[in-house]
Every structure is written in structure tokens, then in C-alpha cells.
Design a protein around this ligand. Structure first.
Ligand code: SF4
Length: 344
């Protein structure tokens, strides 16, 4: 286990952030910010996938009113994403937002910062200062820009602050968060911005966030993908599970297959994975099993010893193992049912 960097503790609705609280996973909606029905459905799907926190853009005061409606039905706390217009921040706080993402240097001067800081303080609403490499002013670095925004809030006596400093590549992202972790005790929201489509975005985010989390840096993560928010949540959870910062979820080990393979390992592994995910969601109090799907007897029996359940491929059929013991042969079409039948 990694030693976490100590940060100040905030509370976003019911969710603790920083101060040693578990690293949370968040995402952002893509639905129309004026469509309460679509937003609610998307937030519920994200929560069902395991999101701890969801952010919504609030481009105008009407969207803040919609956020208030959506908040009543949301199973997780909601963050209002504000750019430039402090009235959207005030309206979001009033409507019930659990946190804001806002850069106080961009909302039109000290009076407006004071108004937002006071309203947020009164309702216990934290603010995340979020700086991206694409929006820096001349001469600024990610860290200097973030700390400039933070100072504007702290000058108003506001301290419930989280920070993000995202670049679109791994080296700059890692360097910025390392520097920031040295300079502040605010909880850090980790992410690579504009990370890309599913595959490159997943790899970039996993590498950057993996390095930082393994160094104890980071209190909440968002994997930004040009994809569905639910997939961002799933990747975020897998990153935390890979680092053992989250309890294991559905876990399928499968071999890459080779010229020896005489069964459709890929299809069966994918079907088993989907079935396990559904089983684990239905049985949240139970331990998710580790299942191995292997192509042949070269590595199959060895993997079967480590797994709760294993399917070891033969010539057109699998041998089912439970806790390392061979049980019976099953045809590929019955493989998923055979695995599920062994679960408590
Ligand atoms: Fe090939 Fe067997 Fe190894 Fe799978 S377990 S990659 S089928 S040798």
C-alpha cells in the first residue's frame, strides 16, 4: 500500500475528500445542461457504474435551476462547473450544488469573488480551482496559475479548496502535480486533460494517474475520454483497483491466445466479464470472484490455482476448475452459465 500525502479534509455533500479519505472517482455529464431528464438518467448510469461524484456544466442561470431539479434525484453529490459568470456560481449554490469548479480569477473581479466565497462558505460548498495547460496566461505555469487563483479565495478567508493542474500529456501532468503537492495541502483532483479517445486516453490517464497515486499524490480522479462518461468511471475504478486503492471488483484473467488455442477464449472471456460485472452489481455485499479463462493446459491449471474459478480450454471445450480443483468439462456455449452456477 502507498503512503498517501496528507491533505486538508473537505466534504462534498456526503463525500469526504482529502484528509486520508479513500480516493474518489468522478466524471462529467455530456447531456444537454437544460435537459433534467437526460442529465438525471446519465448521472444515475454513472453512479451505477461506481462514480462517487459527477460534474455538470452550468453555462447559464437556467442550467443552475435544472441542476437543482437533478440534485433531488441524484444518488451522488454534484459539482457545478462554472466559467466566467459568477451569477451561475451563486445560482448553483442556491440550487443545491455540492461543490463548484471555478477559477476565481475569471469571474470579473474581487467583488464577485467575495460574493461567491461568502455564499459557498455559508452553505459548506467547496470550490475546485482547475487549471488546464490550454488556458494559461503568458509567463504562467500550471502551478503558479492555480496558486494565483487559490490565493484569491484564501484572501477572502475561504479554505475549502481542491486543485487540479491538467496537461494533455503525461510528463507535464506528473511534473505539475508533484510540484503542487510540495506547495499546498489542498486535496488534489488528478486528471490528464483532453486525453483522447478510449484507448490512448485510457493509457495516458492510467500512466499519469498511476505514477502520481503510487507516490501518494491525489485525492480524487477523473479520466477524461472522448467517450461515454460511464466508461470514464470504469477506467477510473480499474486504475484504483490496479493500485489496490479500491476493493477488487469483477476480475477476469485471460490469456492472449496463440496457435495452441482450440476454443474462442476472447468471446468467452468477454461474456464472463459482462456476467460477473452484473453479478457483482447485484451482490454488492459479497466478494467479487476472480475468474481465469485460459486457452490451454500450458498455463491454465497454474492460473486455476490462483483463481476462484477457472475455465481451461481444450479441443472445443473447457475444463471448469473451482478453487483449483477440476470439476467437469463444459462446452463454450455453457461456459458463462457454468461459472455463474458456482457462485454463492
Ligand atoms: Fe497459448 Fe495456452 Fe498460453 Fe493461452 S494459455 S496463450 S492458449 S499457450
Amino acid at each position: 500500500m502507498f503512503t498517501r500525502t496528507q491533505t486538508r479534509e473537505l466534504r462534498i455533500g456526503s463525500l469526504p475528500l482529502g484528509g486520508g479519505a479513500p480516493v474518489s472517482v468522478q466524471t462529467m455529464t455530456t447531456a444537454d445542461p437544460h435537459d433534467a431528464v437526460a442529465l438525471t438518467a446519465q448521472i444515475q448510469r454513472c453512479a451505477a457504474c461506481g462514480a462517487d461524484l459527477v460534474r455538470l456544466t452550468v453555462p447559464d442561470v437556467e442550467a443552475a435551476r435544472v441542476l437543482g431539479e437533478v440534485r433531488k434525484l441524484s444518488p451522488v453529490p454534484l459539482v457545478a462547473d462554472i466559467h466566467f459568470d459568477y451569477r451561475c456560481a451563486l445560482a448553483s449554490i442556491e440550487a443545491g450544488a455540492d461543490a463548484l469548479r471555478l477559477n476565481p480569477g475569471n469571474i470579473g473581479g474581487a467583488e464577485n469573488v467575495r460574493a461567491v466565497a461568502r455564499a459557498a462558505q455559508a452553505k459548506g460548498v467547496p470550490i475546485r480551482v482547475g487549471v488546464n495547460a490550454g488556458s494559461l496566461e503568458k509567463g504562467e505555469t500550471l502551478v503558479s496559475s492555480a496558486l494565483k487563483h487559490v490565493k484569491l479565495l484564501e484572501d477572502e478567508g475561504f479554505r475549502d479548496i481542491a486543485i487540479s493542474v491538467k496537461a494533455s500529456d503525461v510528463p507535464r501532468t506528473v511534473a505539475a502535480y508533484r510540484e503542487l503537492a510540495e506547495k499546498t495541502d489542498c486535496p488534489l483532483h488528478l486528471g490528464v486533460t483532453e486525453a483522447g479517445t478510449f484507448l490512448p486516453g485510457t493509457v495516458r490517464s492510467s500512466v499519469a494517474l498511476g505514477i502520481l497515486l503510487a507516490e501518494g499524490i491525489g485525492d480524487t480522479i477523473r479520466v477524461s475520454l472522448t467517450d461515454e462518461p460511464e466508461r470514464e468511471v470504469k477506467v477510473g475504478l480499474e486504475i484504483l483497483r490496479a493500485l489496490e486503492l479500491r476493493a477488487p471488483g469483477p476480475s477476469v484473467t485471460s490469456c492472449p491466445t496463440c496457435g495452441r488455442t482450440r476454443v474462442d477464449v476472447r468471446r468467452v472471456a468477454e461474456e464472463v466479464e459482462a456476467a460477473l460485472e452484473a453479478w457483482c452489481a447485484r451482490n454488492s455485499g459479497k466478494k467479487c470472484p476472480h475468474v481465469a479463462v485460459m486457452g490451454c493446459a500450458v498455463n491454465g491449471p497454474g492460473e486455476a490455482k490462483d483463481a476462484d474459478i477457472a475455465l481451461c480450454g481444450g479441443d472445443g471445450e473447457f475444463l471448469l476448475y473451482v478453487h483449483g480443483q477440476p470439476v467437469r468439462k463444459v462446452p463454450p456455449t455453457e461456459a458463462v452459465a457454468a461459472v455463474l452456477a458456482t457462485l454463492p
